[in-house]
Each structure stands twice: as structure tokens, then as C-alpha cells.
Design a protein. Structure first.
Length: 209
């Protein structure tokens, strides 16, 4: 049975445009594959631990800095618990609005918690970093108010999809499909543009047939 982890990065609930795209995909996917399991992670309602000093110190022990004492081990156990939920999924669905050229800070916090040595990536002094995930895929739904690929620089810079695409590749997720609804305030026909994005979202599941 395929397990999907849906990571919702917008706090706007049913008003979220990126969330609407993701939900359209999930509904079409579940209609085509009724036995798919969907695990929903609403980041703004999740009890995410702070990546504090003990957790940072625990991480550094993997690079030979310090020892994994009791406080650090306890902190690391929290990280592992959050990360295992991510690792157990076969597919990731992310709804991601653009905030100030980048991703919402709750998503960045989540990424900073789970992107750890021995869990999502490995490191070798000669070979460098390597992603530890394999056989995973991602469907990412991007929205923004004014920025769009190819738009003039006055409308912003994309640290949004470029960062998230880099991160997914970094941890070993190479099969990535994206749907954009950008821009939603500058286009001459925003309703038509949004409908096309919804149709693309719904059709993504056909690629799995």
C-alpha cells in the first residue's frame, strides 16, 4: 500500500490556494487508487520541537564534535521521532506558498528538524553529501501573489522552488513533479489560470498509471 505524507505549509486552511491544488491532486489520486493512505501533516497545528542547542550538539556528534550524553540523546530521540514519520512515506505532497521570496518559516523549521546525518543524508570527506532516501517521489504545489518564472526582477526572486527542489534532491528524492499557480494577482485571467493549475494537479495521478 502506498503511503503519502501531505505536508501543508500554509496557515490559511481552506483559503490556501496551494492547499487547494494539493487537495485536488490527492482527491484524484485517491479516486484512482482507493487503498492509498494519506497522512496529513498540518505544520501550523503540529507540535514541532525547537531545534535548540541540545539538538544541534547531538547533530554535531556525528561529525566528531562532542559526545552523545543523556541530554543530547534525549534531544536526538525527539528528532528521530519526527523524522521517522517522514521516512516511512513513499510519496510526499507539499503545498507551499511563497513568503518573501522563500518558503514559510514553519516548513523551514520542519526541514531543519528532519534533515540530519544518518537519517536523511550521509557525508564522506571525499565524496561529500549523499541523500539516504531512495524510491521516493514528491508532488509540490507552488503559489505566489506576484512572482512567476520569467517575471521581471521587480516582482521578486525565487528562493522558493529553487530551495525546495535543492533540498529534495539533497535527501535523495529525485522524482519530483510540480504545479504552479503564479502569479495570482498579475495575470489577466486569474480564475482561468487557477483552473488550469487545478486541472494539472488533478492530472498528475495519470502519470502513475
Amino acid at each position: 500500500m502506498t503511503k503519502i505524507l501531505y505536508i501543508a505549509a500554509s496557515p490559511r486552511g481552506p483559503m490556501s490556494q496551494s492547499g487547494e491544488l494539493a487537495e485536488a491532486y490527492l482527491a484524484a489520486r485517491q479516486a484512482a487508487q482507493p487503498d492509498v493512505a494519506i497522512d496529513r501533516l498540518e505544520l501550523w497545528n503540529a507540535d514541532l520541537p525547537e531545534f535548540d542547542g541540545d539538538k544541534a550538539a547531538a547533530k554535531m556528534t556525528f561529525f566528531g564534535v562532542g559526545d552523545m550524553d543523556a541530554p543530547r540523546q534525549s534531544a536526538w530521540d525527539q528528532v528521530v521521532a519526527v523524522t521517522n514519520r517522514f521516512i516511512e512515506a513513499d510519496e510526499y505532497v507539499l503545498s507551499v506558498p511563497m513568503w518573501n521570496g522563500g518558503i514559510p518559516y514553519k516548513l523551514k523549521q520542519y526541514i531543519d528538524i528532519i534533515t540530519q546525518p544518518g537519517l536523511l543524508f550521509g557525508f564522506d570527506p571525499e565524496a561529500g553529501y549523499s541523500g539516504l532516501l531512495s524510491g521516493k517521489s514528491a508532488r509540490v504545489f507552488y503559489t505566489s501573489g506576484v512572482y512567476a518564472p520569467g517575471a521581471p526582477a521587480k516582482y521578486g526572486t525565487d528562493h522558493h522552488s529553487t530551495y525546495l527542489g535543492w533540498w529534495l534532491d539533497f535527501i535523495g528524492v529525485s522524482e519530483i513533479e510540480t504545479v504552479r499557480f503564479q502569479p495570482s494577482l498579475l495575470t489577466a485571467d486569474p480564475a482561468g489560470d487557477q483552473m488550469k493549475a487545478l486541472e494539472r494537479a488533478q492530472d498528475l495521478h495519470l502519470q502513475l498509471a
